[in-house]
Design a protein around this ligand. Sequence first.
Ligand code: ZN
Length: 281
Amino acid sequence: MKLIKFGNPGSEKPGVILENGKSLDVSAFVPDYNEAFFESHGLERLNAWINDNAASLPEVTVGARLGSPIARPSKIICIGLNYSDHAKESGMAVPKEPIIFFKSTTAITGPNDGLLIPAGSVKTDWEVELAVVIGKTARSVKEDQAVHHIAGYMLHNDYSEREWQLERGGQWVKGKSADTFAPFGPWLVTADEISDPHHLRLWLSVNGEMKQDGNTENLIFKIPHLISYLSHFMTLLPGDVISTGTPAGVGLGFAPPQYLRAGDVIELGIDGLGTQKQTAK
Ligand code: ZN
């Protein structure tokens, strides 16, 4: 099942895309894909309800704006330097333990809403990433149980202001959190539809020129390890997002570095998780 949210910013409704390609409005069943939804076995209940009611549900208008597929989560946790080729281009060592940082949840935006380059920024950069959405509360989870805590997967562009991230002291969160720096979607694809999340191509282009072209098979720390690892430091709540890191080809890695300017068009995708397109303003 693919979950979507559609409509104008701030008043999106939940929907689903069925296997036959039809998009249905399911707002009569659930107000949002939030912590309460995932925690109460919402995916199973929604699936059963759709089976009973699909014929009578309104269809989503073709071309409707899509928002983030999920409600604002309690946290977005990002993994730094989780592809060795990206660690190398960043001039940093391959980490011995996962590097983690937070990204403000106010950075979340729809998949095609556009990028607002923040006032004063000269080093806004891109990062295509596979994001994992937690489906069940995780506390001190063992690695072999971690898969049971996954609701599904989304495409994420982990926009990053490199000066604020790396040259202003303190934590990376400064450069990761501006408004529109976390486009999610177009869909949340439920875990049952992704047979191997460690074998997905992910790519990103700027103005039609391919910049990143990697595969999640090259993740240094795999998803079960990340969930287990994080859950020993903090409780992961249903709806929380773990963004698993980016492969080589970010602007910082070019000589000289390439950063985004107003008018640039950024397109990205992951096998099975759809595509995004943002124009920088
Ligand atoms: Zn990242």
